[in-house]
Design a protein around this ligand. Structure first.
Ligand SMILES: Cc1cc2nc3c(=O)[nH]c(=O)nc-3n(C[C@H](O)[C@H](O)[C@H](O)COP(=O)(O)OP(=O)(O)OC[C@H]3O[C@@H](n4cnc5c(N)ncnc54)[C@H](O)[C@@H]3O)c2cc1C
Length: 697
């Protein structure tokens, strides 16, 4: 679709204010487009951010309540670039606590996968990653071939560190040396191939690339054989030795798979072919040992993307190999730190500054606007949008102001500011959750119907996630649309946060993100203690805040919206899972447990409460609303996804991590890329997508 021209601005309705909708609105309102687009964003409830939304607890210490833990990875180039622009646009305010996005994040260098031993006990497997030159978000040329080099480099570095850290017995040295030297050979080969063979091949024909990568794969196969043939002697049967072998096997196998399946310079076709295979099966197909494919480190990848249909963590998990490998290429070729944690709530760090810039630029944000229906015309355009109005701002009040300051940080509250709303008293007294799909709250006024032919909008960016689209798009009957809905899959998640007055016993740099702890569906712990200084505790503040999360097992199909008791019942399940997690926390938090189980006095709670009752003062939430469900990337699902600029409806553009945006895994970066792609399809003056996986350079 070409650029739009005309005398009046093109009116764009952005539906949904999660990261994807915000990114689309941000790009459409970029001053570079000279005001060509008049953007109105419609969002249900009182806040922006979607799955990344957070809210400050108006009852307790303005503490941060999340939908789930969020970290950024060092390959989130588009997310960093966008947020850097937003923070720069707000820099004129000298009072800003976080003048740059870097100041609002904490770089983090280690990830931990919990590993169950043969005797049933759990041990942490710490993966250390160095800080690398550069910053995520800076525009640099990509060299696809370099990711191979980076892959083996990182794993070899970890192998060497493991060797130093865990000082194996002298007897073990022969096989250790074999594996480390094998890795070094792989790294050298990768470097050699990258610099001498593969890089020049960027300009070469497909055939010469294929021949070079086939030779590369052949020599890697020989290395794979020697790694796998290495056997520990009796004195070498240590977790150190086993992990080293797994790392080596994983590195070499991934490199082989990338070479054979044309994922070094991926094309849409080569990724589509790999997406027909499940990731673990892909590793096995390329010769990985079963111990590698089923290792804690591979499992961590599944946990990170909640890859368990129905929330059942007892099954092995399901994710497309092509999408997984493309994302791993990003993970290993990061710039700056490998990961970043938030200094305050995810919504405060991300959605709040984006919102502030949008307002500066004249974008209208309509809170309490719930999109109920998209109605097409016979000519294949979206003709009208029906919107339910959940609440109305007080007349003459200047509109709803959604942010307030906590310790100087613009922040979202965990509920609406009732005093700004006509219906505020009733909403407060009835404890209405306007984000809930199962709310008993009736809309207080008639719905709004926006009409394209009446000039209310020209184009639509649909940034509401696929999990919620079944009900909103019943009238979109094109086969591609129906196939997309049928091919999609989502899973509910659960989030528990505990504030601790005692230390967990982990050094702060070793306990950022712990995955793979699968005693129950809660398999992930994020040490989010960085947020505490920006909460408002009566001294002394808690020492630690832990976010515990995982998929939420589903007992059946979600009930209809009239089942108002459903959220309460699900919340009870999450609370029980949290209690169960703490009760069984000994392997993870030995410092907080004794022979009698978890020491409940470690939890911050009002004086007078004791034992497990102290848990009542913590926070838990089921992420069960259709749009809050995590979007899965099950084998073969990418082929039914639609690209942001190709919805099948002429004036409808799609934004969200559920679209076919390239990597196709549910992540902040994906939501940004997709939002930018939707905006690019409208403006015809595209903002470059950084690190485009199908970029040939
Ligand atoms: C528990 C959890 C942990 C995660 N951790 C990470 C992480 O560590 N790192 C990472 O990169 N990614 C993480 N993710 C993924 C990340 O949160 C998502 O990829 C991203 O937020 C998706 O953004 P989106 O804009 O596509 O959708 P959403 O965030 O879901 O936004 C959709 C928006 O539409 C609104 N909406 C829905 N229905 C309507 C309606 N009818 N009318 C109007 N508005 C509506 C919603 O309220 C929301 O604001 C995590 C996700 C979950 C669930």
């Amino acid at each position: 679709m070409g650029p739009d021209t005309g005398l009046r601005p093109v009116k764009v309705a952005v539906l949904g204010g999660g990261v994807a909708g915000l990114a689309a609105a941000f790009e459409l309102s970029d001053p570079r487009h000279g005001g060509r687009f008049q953007v109105t964003l419609h969002q249900l409830g009182w806040r922006l951010g979607g799955k990344c939304a957070s809210g400050r607890d108006l009852d307790t210490a303005r503490r941060t309540k999340e939908h789930g833990p969020h970290i950024f990875f060092g390959f989130y180039d588009n997310a960093f670039a966008l947020l850097r622009e937003a923070y720069t646009a707000l820099a004129a305010d000298p009072a800003r606590v976080f003048p740059t996005i870097e100041k609002a994040l904490v770089a983090h260098n280690s990830l931990v996968a919990m590993e169950q031993q043969d005797d049933g006990s759990w041990q942490p497997w710490v993966i250390d990653l160095p800080t690398l030159p550069g910053r995520p978000g800076d525009i640099l040329p990509q060299h696809q071939a370099r990711t191979l080099d980076a892959l083996v480099g990182i794993i070899e570095r970890n192998a060497t560190r493991l060797a130093v850290r865990q000082a194996p017995s002298p007897d073990a040295l022969d096989t250790d040396v074999l594996i480390i030297s094998t890795l070094k050979t792989v790294k050298l080969q990768a470097e050699e191939l990258t610099q001498a063979s593969l890089e020049p091949l960027t300009q070469a024909s497909l055939e010469s690339r294929e021949a070079a990568t086939a030779r590369f794969a052949h020599s890697l196969k020989q290395l794979q054989t020697s790694i796998q043939a290495a056997r520990p002697g009796p004195a070498e049967q240590t977790s150190w030795w086993r992990r080293l072998k797994i790392l080596a096997d994983l590195a070499v196998t991934t490199a082989i798979g990338m070479a054979i399946d044309n994922l070094i310079w991926p094309t849409r076709q080569s990724v589509a072919a790999a997406n027909e295979i499940e990731y673990r099966a892909w590793l096995l197909r390329h010769g990985a040992q079963s111990a590698t494919a089923n290792s804690a480190i591979v499992r961590a990848m599944y946990d990170t993307v909640f890859a368990y249909p129905g929330g059942d963590v007892t099954v092995p998990g399901n994710v497309e190999a092509g999408s997984a490998v493309l994302t791993q290429k990003g993970l290993i070729s990061y710039r700056g730190a490998p990961s970043y944690k938030m200094r305050t709530g995810t919504g405060d760090v991300t959605a709040a500054p984006l919102y502030q810039v949008l307002v500066q630029r004249g974008v209208t944000v309509n809170f309490f606007h719930r999109v109920d229906d998209l109605i097409p015309a016979a000519d294949g355009t979206i003709e009208s949008i029906r919107i339910g109005v959940q609440a109305t701002p007080n007349p003459g009040g200047g509109g709803y102001q959604p942010l307030f300051h906590v310790k100087g940080v613009p922040a979202w509250p965990d509920r609406p500011f009732y005093d700004q709303l006509v219906e505020g008293k009733a909403l407060r007294e009835k404890h209405i959750d306007l984000e809930s799909f199962w709310t008993c709250w009736p809309d207080p006024v008639q719905p709004i119907v926006l009409s394209r032919s009446a000039g209310d909008f020209d184009k639509v960016v649909l940034a509401i996630p696929v999990g919620a689209l079944g009900r909103i798009t019943t009238q979109l009957t094109q086969p591609g649309w129906r196939a997309m809905l049928a091919g999609s899959s989502t899973v509910p998640t659960q989030n528990v946060q505990v504030w601790l007055d005692r230390d967990t016993g982990w050094s702060s740099d070793a306990a950022p993100v712990v995955t793979g702890y699968d005693r129950a569906a809660i398999d992930t712990w994020l040490d989010a203690s960085e947020v505490i200084p920006f909460e408002d505790w009566t001294p002394p503040a808690p020492l630690h805040m832990a976010i515990l999360c995982g998929p939420l097992p589903e007992l059946g199909a979600a009930p209809p919206p009239t089942d108002h008791a459903f959220p309460g019942a699900e919340a009870t399940l999450v609370a029980n899972a949290g209690l169960q997690f703490l009760d069984a926390a000994t392997p993870l938090w030995p410092a907080l447990t004794s022979a009698n189980g978890f020491d409940w006095s470690a939890l911050r709670a009002p004086a007078g409460s004791s034992g497990p009752l102290r848990f009542q003062a913590q926070f838990w939430v089921p992420a069960i609303n259709p749009s809050d469900r995590y979007v899965l990337t099950l084998v073969g699902s990418s082929k039914t996804r639609l690209q942001p600029g190709a919805s099948g409806y002429a004036n409808l553009f799609l934004a969200g991590d559920w679209t076919d945006y390239g990597l196709n895994l549910g992540c902040f970066e994906g939501a940004v890329i997709s939002g930018l792609m939707a905006a690019n399809a409208i403006t015809g003056d595209p903002r470059p997508i950084l690190r485009n996986p199908f970029d040939e350079s």
